[in-house]
Write a protein that binds this ligand. Structure first.
Ligand code: ST9
Length: 621
């Protein structure tokens, strides 16, 4: 039986009942992707994910790849290769990629909905198969350079692997501290030298070639290669050399070798590699030759095309794991008989009941359900803004508001999504199983191990918090936040869901006001830092707090919007969906009642920020 429990019903609710994507499916740029086709795709991806991709979940954890230093290789287990091949044969990986290079036009909301199911069933498959999508980044940044367009097409056609190569042993969050450098050759190629760390998918036996997208600092060229991230350029460095015209491998090895594969707590089949470029002592000692992408040296901006997508991916993965964790916990709770009903606890002979009868288990299950459904809504809502960006770009225009709102939401999807998911998987989903949750017989312990990384890679939660406040709110001058807050206020002031949701809309109004007051307090601290620079520490003490607070507000709002739709359906004949819609209303009410009142305390803490902890001698810690 599959470990993976999908929630296609809820995905479809978000797409077709809450956000109404069918209004633009089958039209304009999405002419060939109508709602029926989208539903068929979702249904087939659900089946493949549950049956085929999930099949290697346990084996690939218990028998992970082993690094062989003699050959610099780390083959994946056969079970995983089978799952991977099934996914590649399905062709669904091409959804959302540009048709010019062989992709299939599809709205991001559909792509991320399929993503949830793949990532929930066997996340490393999605991560190993990103060569084609990174090909689209190469295409986007090719500046019309024919060679790069051809490379982009080959990355799709040949289904090569690809990596994002930023991190170094001493340059993690601080990408600009990277020392890897690139020197130009006479033939237009560059030689890359340095050691990178924590590089996902840099080695496996899944693809015939891997294209590394490497940030390095150009040397020996006037005016470029200065300190920090702005001095970095993006280079395309293949594992094997190939003929750009035909795509055939030449048989020559490039001097880029995996020199270690990390031993990790979870997500073990996903090879996390140390990669050495152009070291005479490594492999055959060949130089690591690559091409500068495009014509300009703006590697960090180009790499953020990958990073933004990867942050969305990580948030979606985390949320997908919480959802299947919850559904596994629910199934267990419905069958596990333990103890008497609390109302009969003094009667030692009272009948034993399933644990779903116990208040604390119900609290836990409803907490899991409401967060899983709220954050699914958050992912799909964010993706609908990406749909708007997609549609306007296709028309040769820009929707700056859509871009900004998407940018604002990304750190919430990634930072808030991963934190809430990882914590809830451990404290609630695993806990539902009692001691059995600690056993490998059930998938939850692996979920917990596999999900922890989501708060760490692609920018830690601390980085997401800083990005959220300094870049997405302050640098944006509050435009995107103002728009979102305006939408939430309009909902609060409406008659939505009356009378059932009146109390919750009131709670939302207070929650939003508290979060906005938190932003104001932080802006005040930031302003005061102009006179006393140390006051910026007060801001830094609160960036993660604000991210989590606004995450709660946005999630509550989205759930309540869903509840309004559900109430509407319940007012008619909901038929077989009655319990589903009742669950939507209950989850929204629960989320609002049990999370939003806490924001008043968070505001108080934020307003009380002081410098004590910053002034404390390190020795006192
Ligand atoms: C990693 C791998 O962790 C994990 C797993 C990978 C799985 C592989 C799967 C990948 C799938 C992806 C497929 C992609 C395909 C795409 C398909 C498309 C259909 N937003 O603030 P400044 C830029 S890898 C946008 O001064 P600092 C911007 O250009 C490791 N851009 O930064 C800006 O210039 P300007 C992950 C942003 O102080 C410039 O950067 N590592 C954003 O120099 C400089 O900005 C990390 O994530 C943004 N949010 O450097 C690093 N932010 O201002 C974490 C910056 O003029 N660290 N830019 O616009 C950070 O993010 C730091 O904040 C820092 C700071 C490095 C940016």
């Amino acid at each position: 039986m599959s470990h993976y429990k999908s929630n296609l019903r809820d995905i479809e609710f978000n797409l077709f009942e809450l956000f109404n994507v069918q209004e633009y499916l089958g039209t304009g740029v999405f002419e060939d992707m109508d709602a029926d086709t989208a539903r068929e795709i979702l249904s087939e991806v659900e089946r493949v994910a549950r049956e085929d991709l999930a099949a290697s979940f346990v084996d690939s954890d218990r028998n992970p790849p082993v690094f062989d230093p003699a050959t610099n290789s780390a083959p994946v287990p056969a079970s995983f290769k089978k799952s991977y091949d099934t996914w590649m044969e399905s062709g669904f990986w091409a959804l959302g990629l540009p048709e010019e290079i062989g992709g299939t036009t599809a709205p991001p909301s559909l792509v991320w909905s399929t993503g949830e199911m793949v990532l929930g069933a066997q996340a490393p498959i999605w991560m190993y198969c990103t060569g084609p999508s990174m090909g689209s980044v190469v295409f986007k940044n090719s500046n019309g350079v024919e060679r790069d367009i051809k490379i982009a097409k080959l990355m799709l056609e040949k289904q090569w692997g690809a990596t994002m190569v930023l991190t170094e042993p001493d340059a993690g969050s601080d990408v600009g501290a990277g020392k890897t450098f690139a020197t130009p050759n006479d033939d237009g190629t560059w030689n890359i030298s340095g050691v990178k760390r924590f590089i996902t998918s840099a080695e496996s036996d899944l693809q015939e070639n891997i294209m590394h997208l490497v940030l390095a600092r150009p040397k020996g060229v006037e005016g470029v290669g200065g300190p920090g991230t702005k001095g970095l350029s993006l280079f395309l460095v293949p594992k094997y050399h190939f003929d750009v015209e035909s795509g055939e491998l030449t048989g020559e090895r490039n001097g880029v070798y995996v020199t270690n594969v990390e031993h990790k707590m979870g997500l073990k089949v996903s090879n996390t590699c140390e990669v050495t470029f152009g070291d005479a002592q490594v492999g055959g000692g060949e130089p690591a030759r690559g091409w500068l992408l495009g014509e300009v040296h703006d590697g960090i901006r180009q790499m953020f095309d990958v990073i933004e997508n990867a942050r969305m991916m990580v948030g979606t993965k985390a949320i997908a794991t919480l959802s299947t964790g919850y559904l596994n916990a629910l199934e267990y709770a419905k069958s596990r008989i333990q103890g008497a009903d609390l109302t009969q606890s003094s009667d030692k002979a009272a009948p034993r009941v399933t644990i779903t009868h116990h208040p604390d288990v119900r609290r836990s299950l409803m907490t899991q359900k409401s967060f899983a459904e709220a954050m699914r809504s958050l992912v799909i809502y964010t993706a609908t803004w990406q749909d708007k960006v997609f549609v306007t770009k296709a028309a040769g225009e820009r929707d700056e508001l859509a871009e900004a709102v998407n940018d604002l939401l990304l750190p919430i999807v990634k930072g808030y999504g991963s934190e809430r998911s990882w914590v809830l998987l451990g404290t609630e989903s695993l806990q539902t199983f009692g001691g059995s949750g600690f056993l490998q017989e059930y998938p939850i312990e692996q979920y917990v191990r596999d999900a922890k990384i989501d708060t760490l890679y692609e920018g830690t939660t601390a980085i997401q918090g800083q990005d959220f406040f300094f870049r997405k709110i302050v640098k944006d001058q509050g435009r995107a936040l103002g728009h979102l807050a305006g939408e939430i206020k309009a909902f609060v002031e409406s008659e939505a869901g009356n009378p059932q949701l009146k109390n919750e809309r009131d709670l939302l109004a207070h929650g939003l006001a508290d979060a906005e007051a938190m932003v104001s307090a932080m802006i005040n601290d930031l302003m005061s830092a102009q006179d006393e620079i140390r006051n910026i520490y007060k801001v830094g003490l609160n960036t993660t707090r604000l991210l989590m607070a606004l995450g709660d507000v946005v999630c509550a709002w989205l759930l309540l919007r869903g509840a309004e739709v559900a109430l509407d359906r319940l007012a008619g004949d909901a038929g077989a969906d009655k319990a589903y819609y009742e669950g939507k209303v209950a989850a929204a009410q629960w989320f609002a009642q049990t999370n939003l009142p806490r924001l008043a305390a968070e505001l108080k803490i934020a307003q009380g920020a002081n410098l004590d902890v910053m002034e404390l001698d390190e020795a006192a810690f």
